[in-house]
Ligand binder design. Structure first.
Ligand SMILES: NC(=O)C1=CN([C@@H]2O[C@H](COP(=O)(O)OP(=O)(O)OC[C@H]3O[C@@H](n4cnc5c(N)ncnc54)[C@H](O)[C@@H]3O)[C@@H](O)[C@H]2O)C=CC1
Ligand SMILES: O=C([O-])CC(=O)C(=O)O
Length: 389
């Protein structure tokens, strides 16, 4: 190829070839360098994205949950539910404060040991104590189970003389030591009246933060309708438990609906047997607690624990759109129910707050039943006050 060229030309040509080879290599180098820059940028962006995602998913602060009567049967059922996130959600760490009385201290220790042995990822600490002050310290949620359960043949108000004084004492401990926005759920019977006593003796806890459990009755009503109409319980919604968690409660299916392939249909339209809704349905729900005591020789525990989780879950995290639930709350006079009693109403919850569902049509049959259960609560209030004198 270089034939015919003189030595100078040959040298220059060789140099040119050499230089062009160098340039060619340099182009490769630049390409390589650009490639490296792109790779580094991708790696850096990936790191940034995963870091930001990680900080978004950062663990929430644990919530402190008090369970009184924690060595009892509902306590034993509810503690693992709370520790598994069933009450406050699957991303909410919890610290459990378990309270019981001195004679139950050993059993309480056993509950704590089992909770630790279960290695629940959300359970950050367990404090088991018989000291009410220590138990109430900074708690955000209080589930009040402590007290005596009813036995066969008793009405729930028969436990008044034993349980009401406990609620007076524990009200003061909560008032002094709980977090200022602590949400309280009273389960121990008579639940509405114990909650009212707690409210009276803890005046600095906002009245909206003191509630009682009627969700068990609500769930029982949903399940009775589901059984009757042969549908899934998740298809039924918007039953109402009015009033007292006692045999005077009024389970009301007038506004309840069932999800069908043709949309939501009123229960009353699907079950045209008005007699069942006005008699057997109401009686079964009113007497379900007694029926369970008769069968088990002990009062409901797993369903009560589950309902307490449902109550607190919906209160903290909200009710689904278009759905209401029943909660025992301080009456504001809605539906002409007297004020100053804890009465079960239909409520919706949003952003940690409940509000009574307003404007539902009340027929004569319902009116009489709603008033009767309000009267039962007014009578209970009087007896409760006499227990404290
Ligand atoms: N509202 C509702 O829907 C329901 C309410 N209940 C009521 O819940 C309550 C608890 O029921 P169970 O767990 O079955 O009873 P349980 O007798 O098994 O447990 C109650 C626990 O409370 C403890 N206790 C007693 N006095 C206490 C105090 N001053 N402070 C702390 N703890 C104390 C007892 O030592 C016992 O461990 C009962 O009053 C029962 O009638 C039960 C089912 C449903
Ligand atoms: O009936 C009882 O005493 C326990 C209770 O409150 C229930 O199961 O509804």
């Amino acid at each position: 190829m270089l034939e015919g060229l003189d030595s100078f030309e040959k040298k220059s040509t060789r140099n040119c070839v050499f230089i062009s080879l160098v340039f060619e290599k340099m182009e490769y180098l630049v390409l390589l360098q650009n490639g490296l820059v792109v790779l580094l940028t991708i790696a850096f962006s990936w790191k940034l994205i995963t870091y930001m995602w990680g900080s978004l998913k950062m663990e929430k602060e644990p919530m402190k949950v008090l369970v009184t009567g924690a060595a009892g049967q509902i306590g034993y059922a509810i503690a693992p539910m709370i520790a598994r996130g069933i009450m406050l959600g699957p991303d909410q760490p919890v610290i459990l404060h378990l309270l019981d009385i001195a004679p139950a201290a050993e059993a309480l220790k056993g509950v704590k040991m089992e909770l630790l042995d279960a290695a629940f990822p959300l359970l950050k600490e367990v404090h088991a104590t018989t000291d009410v002050t220590e138990a109430c310290k900074d708690v955000n949620i209080a589930i009040m189970l402590g007290g005596f359960p009813r036995k066969e043949g008793m009405e729930r108000k028969d436990m008044m003389s034993k349980n009401v004084p406990i609620y007076k004492e524990q009200a003061s401990a909560l008032e002094e030591h709980a977090a200022s926005d602590c949400k309280v759920l009273v389960v121990a019977n008579p639940a509405n009246t114990n909650a009212l006593i707690l409210k009276e003796f803890a005046p600095s806890i906002p009245e909206k933060n003191i509630t009682c459990l009627t969700r068990l009755d609500h769930n029982r009503a949903l399940s009775q309708i589901a059984e009757r109409l042969k549908v899934y319980v998740t298809d039924v919604k918007n039953v109402i438990i009015w009033g007292n968690h006692s045999s005077s409660q009024y389970p009301d299916a007038n506004h309840a609906t069932v999800a069908t392939t043709n949309g939501e249909r009123p229960v009353k339209e699907l079950d045209t047997n008005d007699h069942w809704l006005k008699n057997e349905f109401i009686n079964t729900v009113q007497q379900r607690g007694a029926a369970i005591i008769k069968a088990r020789k002990a009062s409901s525990a797993l369903s009560a624990a589950s309902a307490a989780c449902d109550h607190m879950h919906d209160w903290v995290l909200g009710t689904p759109k278009g759905t209401w639930v029943s909660m025992g709350v301080y009456s504001d006079g809605s539906y002409e129910i007297p004020k100053d009693i804890i009465y079960s109403f239909p409520v919706k919850c949003e952003k940690g707050k409940w509000s009574i569902v307003k404007g539902l049509k009340i027929d004569e049959f319902s009116r009489a039943k709603m008033d009767a259960t309000a009267k039962d609560l007014i009578d209970e209030k009087e007896v409760a006050h006499s227990c404290l004198n």
